[in-house]
Write a protein that binds this ligand. Structure first.
Ligand SMILES: N[C@@H](CCSC[C@H](N)C(=O)O)C(=O)O
Length: 912
């Protein structure tokens, strides 16, 4: 039985009134001291009303203005007695110096976020309410604030953002989070932040808990806010938000902002909220008891349930250390979006509605409702399942709620009768319910089970047939397919490209490698050791019925648009807990299915990919992966074929691979420009111009320069591209006279670089290198002026420029951290190069020597065997007669060993 501790009696009273008792206390003082012993429910109900007529409830001062010049109030925006009474009452409940009542929970967040200045950083959770995400996104795109979403359930994830060079002003937490009920250790985070970044403030959205169950100020938080629309009011008849804080300066700033903006709660709503809060604890106790039963019931039926009242919750202990109840919101996954829609649509007593905390029970699908403002791609990246159902439990009789939910689960086909258990008789049900509600619900759940996954019976029959030697063997490939694709650097024009300036990108010789290997078990597998990803799926369990109309085995070209229902269905197949690899798995499975065009053409294979490109450093690691996935699958379906005589891939194949790689990039990034996959597939260098203001854009290959050495140095400082791009936009709006000439200057740099790299035969090599060095220096100066450099990048610029190196360096990509690129002239001595790399390593950076403009996609062709035209790669011989499958070799190579692994392969590489 999973019985959580019952909500404890509040320690609040003692914590806020713990001063020594004065000998001769005034009547007011005596009241205050008596209140010191009241428990939370008493504090909720006992509103301290000082009405001149002794009214029992606080009157509504429905007035905009107050007469006179010296009174306590002049204008309701600045203060109102009804709101004032509510605020004093709530300050007691929050254990805070002051509480403020505002018009909504989102107004609270808006007010709090105004404490952050452009250029400062906000760290927020990766599972947050959709409206919170929306406001944070707006602030990062319009307010120059650097917003980073991290997994706040892992305190260690905060650390890299707190070091020198970072500028964290605020940490914004939800615990439990909405809608996945993840738990952050509030006290641990507060003490970590106070130590590492004393100027930063910790803010907690406490809406899921209310001050009844959790008081973050007592745990060390600086500010707490609540949507008063939820548990505080409890009836969904008003909108309100509450901010509570104890630091006098913070309180002063919040009071200033509320008055300045006019976001204070209106008198009538203040009255309603004051009324609602009196019954908060009693409502929540009842709601939580039922919520616990609902969680146990769904868990018993085999659904994955998110609720901190279940002992199986991964942070059960942390939650119960900081809160005295599990709340009344829970969520669960069904693994099938259409099924979830049927369940939600089939309930009657559970109302389909956003919000929570009211006396009525509600059911919703967050991805379609409360979290719909977060894009599908971001939801996928953050591991928010499209089929998630959120339940917000009210005060109705639990038996009616279960009748309704069970009926809907049955009607939707989410559960079926379990014939090995009988339904409880009415008598036994009544008896058990009265004696032990949790035992009752466990018994009730036993009468049902989740049906076998769709197609399972067919699979069983197939398995039996195969066992008898009657089945078809699974379709697969005849041997390993080995491919490789490079990353890229932007050499000139980053940021300016957004405004129509030409950017020049070139491939580097840091690469992703992939092996597609055959298997014989009707499964498909994916291994990306760099991301800790190892997954497999039954081919029959893939949502083939959702393939877009027109998909068929003969289809070669990638669609331009992503089919969202299919993407959502594929996403629900990917287990949780692989956040970093979610995108990689999603794009692989999606491409796999669409390229097969149907189950009949599906191949049983495993793709193994590994790379020596730093991930997420702006060097096109995802495009290199996408190119590998696309080209390996295209070969598997024989849409791309390498003959024994071919010495390069033709334009048709190149465009085919590029189209599919671009589709994969869209799955991974939402709206990419296409430059990364273009460079990864084709290699060399390209110019890219966005079409802006009616001007024609496009991409053009640059041919005619021979390889140039580069040192790519990873600062290891994480950055957020969107925020940096937004920062330039803000600067341009504020100072067009400064920014526009910089953009023009960068265009001149790109023009010269384009003519130098574009094969002007009259340019001698030495002149080419020295002009490129000058252009690199100039471009870096402009990027500094645009405000996108970073102290770590400047350290690299200085270290490489100083004697004896005298080299030219600029940031590449978004800046703000990420990577720097240094041009290494042909005659630069090896000893100096080694010394430079040591210097950079000693400064804490990660240098990689590479060449600019190397080959694009490569496909390994096995040594000729007779006159077969097929790609069939033999396995590696370890030298002692042991044959290691290529896949295992790549899996075990690690970032450092990937290149060695590739060089040791037999056969020759055919490039684009
Ligand atoms: N259409 C609204 C949705 C409000 S959701 C309210 C609540 N916080 C919840 O989690 O249900 C919007 O876009 O803001």
């Amino acid at each position: 039985m999973t019985t959580p501790p019952s909500p404890s009696e509040s320690s609040l009273a003692t914590s806020i009134y713990s001063e020594a008792v004065p000998k001769a206390a005034s009547p007011a003082e005596q009241l205050r001291l008596r209140q010191a012993n009241w428990r939370f429910s008493t504090l909720c109900a006992a509103v301290d009303n000082k009405d001149q007529y002794g009214s029992s409830s606080t009157p509504i001062y429905q007035t905009a203005t107050f007469k006179g010049m010296d009174g306590q109030y002049d204008y309701t925006r600045s203060g109102n007695p009804t709101r004032g009474a509510l605020e004093s009452h709530l300050a007691r409940l929050y254990g805070a110096r002051q509480a403020f009542a505002l018009s909504t929970g989102m107004t609270c967040l808006d007010t709090i976020l105004r404490l952050v200045k452009p250029g400062e950083t906000v760290l927020a959770g990766d599972d947050v309410y959709g409206g919170t995400n929306r406001l944070l996104t707006y602030l990062s795109t319009h307010g120059g604030v650097d917003v980073r979403h991290i997994d706040t359930t892992r305190v260690e994830e905060l650390i890299p953002h707190l070091g020198p060079g970072n500028n964290v002003k605020m940490v914004l937490l939800e615990s439990p989070t909405n809608p996945l009920l993840k738990i952050a250790d509030i006290a641990e985070i507060c003490s970590t932040i106070k130590k590492a970044s004393p100027g930063a403030i910790v803010v907690v959205d406490n809406t899921m808990m209310s001050p009844y169950l959790q008081r973050p100020i007592e745990l060390g938080a600086d500010i707490v806010y609540d949507s008063g629309t939820k548990y505080l009011s409890g009836h969904h008849d008003l909108m309100a938000g509450i901010i509570a804080a104890s630091d006098p300066e913070l309180c002063k700033s919040i009071a200033f902002l509320i008055n300045a903006v006019g976001s204070g709660l209106a008198p009538f709503d203040s009255f309603l909220l004051l009324r609602g809060v009196k019954t908060m604890s009693i409502r929540m106790d009842r709601q939580m008891l039922t919520a616990q039963l609902v969680a146990v019931y769904l868990d018993q039926l085999g659904f994955l349930v998110h609720y901190p009242g279940l002992k199986s919750h991964p942070k059960y202990d942390v939650h119960w250390r900081q809160a005295s109840g599990a709340g009344a919101v829970l969520s669960f996954v069904t693994d099938d979006k259409a099924l979830s829609e049927r369940i939600v649509g089939g309930t009657r007593l559970w109302g389909i509605s956003v919000s929570f905390g009211a006396v009525n029970s509600l059911i919703s699908m967050p991805c379609l409702m409360s979290h719909a403002s977060i894009s599908a791609a971001v939801r996928a990246e953050r591991g928010l399942p499209e089929n998630l159902i959120r339940l917000c439990v009210g005060i109705e009789d639990p038996r009616d709620l279960f009748d309704d939910l069970e009926h809907s689960l049955l009607a939707a086909g989410a559960i079926v009768p379990n014939h090995s258990h009988h339904l409880l008789s009415d008598e036994r049900s009544a008896e058990l319910y009265a004696a032990d509600p949790e035992a009752w619900i466990i018994e009730r759940a036993k009468a049902f089970k989740r049906p076998r996954a769709a197609g399972a019976m067919d699979k069983l029959v197939d398995g039996v047939k195969k066992g008898l030697g009657l089945g078809e063997p699974p379709k697969t490939i005849s041997g390993d397919i080995v491919v490789s694709a490079p990353g890229k650097v932007i050499l000139f024009g980053e940021h300016a490209v957004v405004y129509g300036v030409t950017a020049i990108a070139t491939s580097v010789n840091l690469r992703c490698y992939a092996v597609l290997s055959p298997r014989s078990d009707d499964k498909i597998g994916l291994e990306v050791p760099d991301l800790g990803l190892e997954m497999e799926w039954d081919i029959a369990s893939l949502p083939w019925n959702l393939l877009p109309v027109g998909s068929d085995g003969a289809k070669r070209e990638a669609d331009k648009e992503i089919d969202l229902p299919l993407l959502n269905a594929v996403e629900s197949l990917i287990q949780q807990g692989h956040k970093a690899g979610l995108g990689a798995a999603l794009s692989f499975l999606y491409l796999y299915m669409v390229m097969a065009g149907g189950q009949a053409n599906a191949l049983s294979v495993t793709l193994t990919a590994s790379s020596n490109l730093p991930i997420g450093a702006g060097l096109g690691s995802s495009a290199a992966y996408s190119t590998c996935v696309a080209s390996a699958l295209l070969q598997a379906h024989e849409h791309v074929k390498i003959t024994s005589s071919a010495n390069h891939l033709g334009p048709r194949d190149v465009n085919l691979v590029d189209g599919w790689a671009f589709l994969s990039e869209k799955i991974l990034h939402g709206n990419p420009s296409g430059i990364d996959n273009a460079v990864s597939v084709r290699g060399g260098a390209v110019t890219f111009t966005r079409s802006v203001g009616g001007r024609k854009g496009g991409m053009e290959g640059l041919h005619g320069f021979s390889s140039i050495r580069l040192l790519l140095t990873n600062t290891l400082v994480p950055r957020d591209t969107k925020t940096l791009v937004a920062g330039v936009a803000t600067k341009r709006l504020a100072e067009p006279h400064v920014v526009d000439p910089i953009l023009e200057a960068i265009q001149t740099i790109s023009d010269e670089a384009q003519s130098l790299l574009g094969g002007d035969k009259n340019v001698v090599r030495q002149h080419l290198i020295s002009r490129l060095e000058a252009l690199i220096q100039e471009n870096q100066q402009h990027l500094v002026q645009l405000g996108v450099s970073h102290s770590s990048l400047e350290m690299i610029v200085q270290a490489t420029a100083s004697s004896p190196f005298n080299l030219s360096t600029k940031l590449t990509g978004a800046g703000g951290g990420g990577c720097a690129v240094t041009l290494i002239p042909d005659e630069f001595p090896e000893t100096s190069l080694n010394a430079l790399q040591d210097t950079l390593r000693n400064l804490g950076f990660e240098p990689h020597l590479t060449t600019l403009g190397g080959p694009g996609l490569g496909i390994l062709r096995s040594p000729a065997k007779g006159n077969t035209d097929e790609v069939n790669v033999p396995e590696e011989d370890e030298g002692d007669g042991m044959v290691v499958p290529k896949r295992a070799g790549l899996r075990g190579a690690g970032r450092e060993g990937v290149e060695r692994w590739a060089t040791g392969l037999e056969g020759d590489w055919v490039h684009t």
